[in-house]
Design a protein around this ligand. Structure first.
Ligand SMILES: *Cc1c(COP(=O)(O)O)cnc(C)c1O
Length: 469
């Protein structure tokens, strides 16, 4: 399988190189040259199989020849053994036709583990084969950092440096990054905001000499392998509810458009999905783009669902590419417009977007009411991100009697302050994480300064001394 850039000016790459490249050299995102499709009989055969086996069915369609089926089986088994539930992503029924797909049973209690655990094994495998090392530098507003540290700790081939805004992530989120003892993972508190952290990472990637010297790579959701690994749970949930004979509706709490794009991919692969609902919090750039046809940045508001507090949805570019009929000149013009004037028009793409998705946002009041209501009526505790999905599903309706599935992207114990504020109770951490709050923390504090961050990365990256990929 070959991969092409959404901006059409980067080399066509195979799966292994896409895995390590993250962002394309022309600033675009990689997508498969063609979407693999599955027939109804194949999809029907997915019902009831183990999650790890289903993951291999999906991954093998994208890793196309680059990685053997046997290797994929080994990686998927190891990745999903780290989960605290035998079903990996269990489906819980909330009322007679609505369900919550629990994606938070991984080591850091958020859905990012589902993909990151696979990504780490894929990257390790490719670097091992090449006898090379690489360095991951990422910025996090909370969940990505912990998921990356957990997934890559102990790796022989990869060093991980995570930049987080000092004092602006929750205690649980910070401790997930700072308590692992492995010396290939480094948590760095930046004296600045999340946007500052992101700008620093961008600065590192833009210095091509530095990028090559440390074999810099990225694991945020612009990395294709993360999207790919998220496709699995759409098939798992839908087939257990009767797909391909009965389609389901999915409501997806969205920030960077990664998770919802994975649902779009599942549909392109042949999974019948009744409605795909984009669920946002008050930071509703995607809902506005859907309704008005204009994609326009506003300031970010802090909400109880911080992992969705974003200004720009970077994965949306992949959808713009598809919705324009893969018109790379148009995507380039739109991205330039965004950089220059913080907005662009969707034009004809707005029609596709309305045909492909519904979109609803949830206010802070609606989120709190939903959490309280579901907790009373169904004795089920949703976290605030999940609650955005629940509110959006209620507003959109399921369509044609399809069962409705809300993707639950975080465990409520990951956001104890918000939950206590809303319900009056602090949800306890699962037992397997009990040491988290007392283990010793280890981190470095750096100023918001590109030169200092470069020096730190070079001093820790084993790829520098031992030859980069
Ligand atoms: C990252 C994250 C999201 C948003 O996911 P995207 O793929 O960026 O849309 C939603 N909820 C939680 C808890 C997250 O960590």
């Amino acid at each position: 399988m070959n991969y092409i850039s959404t901006r059409g000016e980067a080399p066509v790459l195979g799966f292994e190189d896409v895995l390590l490249a993250g962002l394309a050299r022309d600033g675009g995102l990689y997508v498969p040259e063609v979407w693999p499709t599955l027939d109804a009989k194949t999809i029907a055969g997915f019902a009831g199989i183990r999650f790890a086996d289903l993951a291999v069915e999906i991954l093998s369609r994208f890793a196309g020849g680059a990685i053997s089926r046997h290797q994929l089986e080994r990686m998927a088994d190891a990745a999903y053994a780290s989960f605290g539930h035998a079903a990996v992503t269990p489906l819980t029924q909330i009322d007679h036709d609505r369900f919550v797909l629990e994606l938070f049973h991984g080591p850091t209690l958020a859905f990012k583990d589902v993909a990151m655990q696979v990504l780490a094994r894929l990257m390790d495998h490719v670097l091992e084969k090449r006898g090379a090392r690489a360095t991951i530098v990422g910025a996090t507003s909370g969940d990505t950092g912990g998921a990356a540290v957990e997934a890559f700790r102990g790796s022989e081939r990869l060093d991980v440096v995570i930049l987080y805004p000092e004092g602006r992530v929750s205690d649980v989120q910070r401790r997930m990054m700072t308590t692992p003892v492995d010396d290939n993972v480094h948590a760095v508190a930046i004296k600045g905001t999340f946007d500052d952290c992101q700008a620093l990472v961008k600065g590192l990637f833009n210095d091509h000499a530095f990028r090559d010297r440390v074999a810099l790579t990225g694991v945020n959701s612009i990395n294709w392998a993360r999207i790919m690994a998220q496709v699995t749970y759409y098939f798992a949930a839908a087939t257990s509810l009767g797909a391909p004979y009965r389609p389901a509706t999915f409501a997806v709490p969205t920030g960077n458009f990664g998770d919802i794009f994975a649902g779009y991919v599942a549909r392109r692969m042949g999974l019948p999905i009744e409605r795909l609902i984009i669920a946002t919090n008050d930071n509703d750039i995607l809902r506005r783009a859907h309704d008005t046809g204009v994609y326009e940045m506003h300031g970010v508001m802090a909400t109880t669902s911080p992992s969705m507090d974003i200004q720009i949805s970077s994965n949306f570019e992949r959808y713009l590419f598809e919705a324009s009929g893969r018109d790379v000149a148009r995507v380039r013009a739109q991205m330039n417009g965004l950089a220059q004037s913080r907005r662009f028009d969707l034009g004809e793409q707005a029609k596709s977007m309305r045909a492909d998705f519904a979109a609803y946002s949830a206010s802070e009041t609606e989120v709190a009411e939903a959490i309280r209501h579901v907790s009373v009526e169904s004795d089920y505790l949703m976290d605030p991100h999940t609650a955005c999905g629940w509110v959006a599903l209620k507003k959109a309706g399921r369509g044609n009697g399809a069962p409705g599935v809300v993707l639950s992207t975080a465990h409520p114990a990951k956001f104890p302050d918000a939950m206590e504020h809303i319900t009056g109770k602090r949800p306890p951490l699962p037992d397997r994480l009990s040491a988290l709050l007392t283990d010793r923390e280890r981190f470095t504090t750096l100023p918001n300064d590109l030169g200092e961050v470069k020096r730190f990365v070079e001093s820790t990256a084993r790829a520098v001394s031992e030859g980069a990929a």
